[in-house]
Design a protein around this ligand. Structure first.
Ligand SMILES: NC(=O)c1ccc[n+]([C@@H]2O[C@H](COP(=O)([O-])OP(=O)(O)OC[C@H]3O[C@@H](n4cnc5c(N)ncnc54)[C@H](O)[C@@H]3O)[C@@H](O)[C@H]2O)c1
Length: 409
């Protein structure tokens, strides 16, 4: 195995910075491997890429650099251990130098306001922007002699878009790009298009539309690359998909499940705009009804509290009916550091996606459903059932490797 490129969309955000800090800290022996799913004994059977083989780059549209962001996360947010970012400052500067201007068109009002004029201009046509993005990936691959480049979307959440006929087939999507129909092709779609067109595996960790259009999935299959999404399952929704089966299998009727979230940081600021918030509410909202088999009253509220920085608190109130109709409640409070929860999962996804590509697999990767709030093509949301899909996948590969070794003997 040679070196693997990891190209982060939103490369200077809190999550992306934490991903880079984490990978470089592990590679340099400055941090342990706790919280990585790929380091569980059951999953570590796979020959996955080591952290010192990962080379990072990416796109962003904001002026704040990766190193400055990591420093803010250390000193203001108390999200990263003191001293770690200073110890890795040269590594972070190297990655920052590889961050290329992204596209803002279609990313929504809250992110357009962030973008610096030096980045790809609003008057650049979609076709020219797709070409430029694709060239960035090719240059990255060539310059560093990379075996592959895994592209991961970690950019701010876009407002949702209703998919239309132009999103259903690749020829129609290509036409929409050529005709510069900017209202129908969002930034996250254009990034996914550029990645898949250049044969790069793609993962959407955000609730933005990304890989959802069938036209883009057709492109991934055409170029024989694996892809998946969407929206990393890291906190409140993870708890929901663990707890909902409890109510289902004890035959306790859930009457209402209300979730109240407060968060700060760049994500919180963008989600404060109701147009952007709709994407997050939608991806968080689907898990309860599908696990219970019926739809109780289930609200999801998200509020921006700037002073929280990278920290998030969720309070969930579950009202349920027990034996003889008696009503009871369960409540939980989840207080987490957003990027610290998400970054190891992003690294897991990079390693598992690179492995899938190395094994010649293409198309959606349903075995990765346990990492997502809205897993592509998988209606099972119960966490342990999703984890079983991953473990079955690992076992299939481990068995094939054992049989291959026996045959060679
Ligand atoms: N626990 C988690 O952190 C978690 C879980 C699930 C999903 N997510 C998603 O991950 C994303 C990143 O979260 P974050 O906390 O790092 O947010 P952030 O605001 O700190 O970072 C987002 C970055 O994306 C950049 N960006 C915005 N529009 C862009 C565009 N069009 N092209 C390229 N870059 C663009 C911004 O400049 C910023 O640097 C969000 O969409 C969030 O919803 C995060």
């Amino acid at each position: 195995m040679g070196t693997i490129g990891v190209w982060l969309i939103g490369a200077q955000g809190s999550l992306a910075s934490t991903v880079v800090v984490g990978a470089r800290a592990i590679a340099r022996g400055l941090a342990g491997r706790g919280a990585l799913v790929t380091e569980l004994a059951e999953v570590a059977k796979l020959p996955l890429a080591e952290f010192d083989r990962l080379v990072f780059g990416g796109w962003d549209v904001a002026p704040t650099g990766l190193l400055a962001r990591a420093r803010t996360m250390t000193h203001d947010d108390r999200a990263l251990p003191p001293g770690l970012v200073d110890a890795l400052a040269d590594d972070l500067r190297e990655v920052e130098a590889r961050v290329r201007p992204g596209v803002v068109e279609g990313g929504g009002p809250a992110t357009r306001a962030l973008a610096r004029s030096a980045f790809v201009g609003r008057r650049t046509s979609l076709a020219a922007a797709a070409e430029r993005l694709g060239n960035d990936l090719d240059t990255f691959r060539r310059t560093h002699g990379l075996d592959t480049v895994v592209v991961v979307n970690l950019a701010s959440t876009e407002p949702p878009i209703a998919l239309g006929p132009e999103h259903q087939r690749l020829d129609r999507l290509r036409q929409a790009i050529q005709q510069n129909r900017t209202s129908r092709v969002t930034a996250s779609m254009l990034y996914a298009y550029a990645a898949l067109e250049r044969g790069c595996p793609y993962v959407n960790f955000t609730p933005s539309v990304g890989i959802a259009p069938p036209a883009l999935q057709e492109l991934g299959v055409k170029h024989h690359v694996p892809f998946y999404g969407s929206d990393g399952k890291t906190g409140e929704t993870l708890m929901k998909t663990v707890l909902a089966p409890l109510f289902r299998y004890r035959n306790l009727e859930v009457l209402s499940w209300e979730g109240f979230n407060i968060l700060g940081g760049g994500d919180g600021r963008v989600l404060a705009d109701p147009r952007h918030k709709r994407s997050k509410v939608r991806s968080k909202g689907g898990v309860i009804a599908s696990t219970l088999g019926y739809a109780p009253h289930a609200g999801v509220a998200i509020e921006y509290v700037p002073s929280l920085g990278n920290w998030k608190t969720a309070w969930d109130y579950i009202h349920f009916r027990g034996f003889l109709g008696t009503k009871m409640t369960a409540q939980f409070i989840w207080e987490g550091c957003d990027s610290i929860l998400a970054a190891p999962l992003v690294l897991d996804l990079v390693r598992l996606t690179e492995f899938a590509q190395r094994k010649g697999e293409a198309g959606p990767m349903p075995h990765l459903a346990c990492f997502f709030k809205d897993p592509l093509g998988v209606s099972v949301h119960a966490f342990t059932e999703q984890v079983k899909m991953l473990l079955d996948y690992v076992e299939r590969h481990a068995r094939a490797a054992r049989n291959g070794a026996k045959r060679r003997r």
